[in-house]
Design a protein around this ligand. Structure first.
Ligand code: AMP
Length: 369
């Protein structure tokens, strides 16, 4: 792809520069570690005291995301701002952007935060999605259920994740109850996709427009939380190639900078790939790249937001990433002693059911696709 004309703010940040990260969880922590390996330092901004990312950062601001003064002071202290969660408000992004580049930009945030905007954008970019309809009222829902049939899935437009804010409609579901269950919020109804597997592609785009995509991983969830990502996914090489091309098309259409996680449904029968959603940030289903690839998703994101060229996303090992949820991480010594396994812990002081405490990457020799 031809290089875009470089603006002064597109110039690569030299080592020694400071990267601001909104959010202090494990994703921010792993970004800060990767940034340190390239000679950068990080400043974390989050409302919580003692965030996991704070242990490995040069500076931490503890303030609400609605505090414009604190946001402005934070932006003035760094050379670029990125984030580890997609619900950064439009207002906060605008406050920060007045001081310093924010990557990925406001358009990526606005699109990913609203399922209707996300699905509409995908459709306009020529990327297949589940059929969907806008639902603002019970009347809309009745019409949409007629058109899309059942089963179908009612999802809130905003702030839904890990299956929250969703109701499956089957033949016996009362539509009013379903709409009440999601709080009568603006929503979409999606046709049910009878998928065989869920895969995800971690893709990066640099300031100069070049892209790099990692091999698709196959995801298995338990209790609505990602359990494992297995790479390579059990799909034929042309299907894997098609998945990478979809992800690259998506980031290019969005004029995106940084890492994006793109979740897709795959159907064995007609070999269709359908994009379910995308996250404008490093993604749990990309943690396998820390040990399966020379350049991890975290380093790749730092490279992209710092205006560097992208690193090589090639995979050198087959990898199974398993999340350590709640007390799973109590087993740390046995896991750390397993040959071929790398343990990653997030430094969280307190274990709670459903809380992500760490993950492991189990490596096997590389089988080429
Ligand atoms: P989401 O919050 O959109 O990632 O959805 C959570 C989970 O619900 C997905 O991982 C799927 O297992 C399931 N799901 C979501 N949308 C659909 C759909 N249109 N058809 C079938 N299953 C779906």
């Amino acid at each position: 792809m031809a290089e875009r004309e470089r603006r002064p703010q597109d110039a690569p940040l030299p080592p020694g520069s400071r990267i601001g990260i909104l959010g202090g969880g494990q994703l921010g922590r792993m970004l800060a570690v990767a940034a340190a390996e390239l000679g950068f330092s990080c400043h974390i901004y989050c409302p919580e005291e003692n965030p996991p990312a704070g242990d490995v950062a040069a500076a931490v601001t503890t303030a609400p995301y609605e505090d414009d003064e604190a946001l402005a002071a934070f932006a003035d202290s760094v050379d670029v701002v990125t984030y580890e969660f997609e619900n950064v408000s439009e207002h906060a992004a605008a406050v920060l952007t007045a001081h310093v580049p924010v990557r990925p930009g406001a358009r990526a945030l606005a699109t990913a935060q609203d399922r209707l905007a996300e699905k509409t954008f995908l459709q306009e970019a020529g990327i297949a999605t589940a059929p969907f309809a806008k639902v603002d009222t019970l009347d809309d829902l009745e019409r949409a259920a007629e058109t899309l049939g059942r089963p179908s899935i009612l999802k809130t437009r905003r702030f839904g994740y890990d299956g929250k804010g969703q109701v499956k409609l089957d033949e016996s579901t009362d539509l009013k109850n379903a709409f009440d269950e999601i709080g009568g919020q603006p929503a979409i109804l999606e046709g049910f996709v009878p998928f065989t597997r869920e895969i995800s592609v971690i893709v990066a785009r640099a300031v100069d427009g070049s892209t790099a995509a990692y091999d698709p991983g196959e995801n298995v969830h338990k209790n609505h939380i990602l359990h494992t990502t297995t790479v390579p996914a059990a799909i034929a090489p042309p299907t894997a190639q098609a998945a990478l091309e979809i992800a690259q098309k998506l980031v290019t259409a969005l004029d995106y900078v940084g890492i994006m996680g793109v979740e897709m449904f795959h159907m064995d029968g007609d070999n269709t790939l359908i994009v379910n959603e995308f996250a404008p940030r490093v993604h749990n289903s990309g943690h396998w790249t820390q040990d399966g690839c020379a350049v991890s998703q975290f380093e790749q994101h730092i490279r992209a937001v710092a205006g560097w060229t992208l690193g090589n996303p090639a995979r050198h090992a087959d990898t199974v990433m398993t999340n350590l949820i709640g007390h799973d991480a109590d087993n740390w010594l046995a896991l750390a002693s397993e040959p071929g396994t790398r343990l990653h812990l997030y430094g969280k002081k307190e274990s709670r059911p459903g809380r992500k405490m760490g993950h492991i990457n189990r490596l096997k020799p590389h089988t080429p696709r």
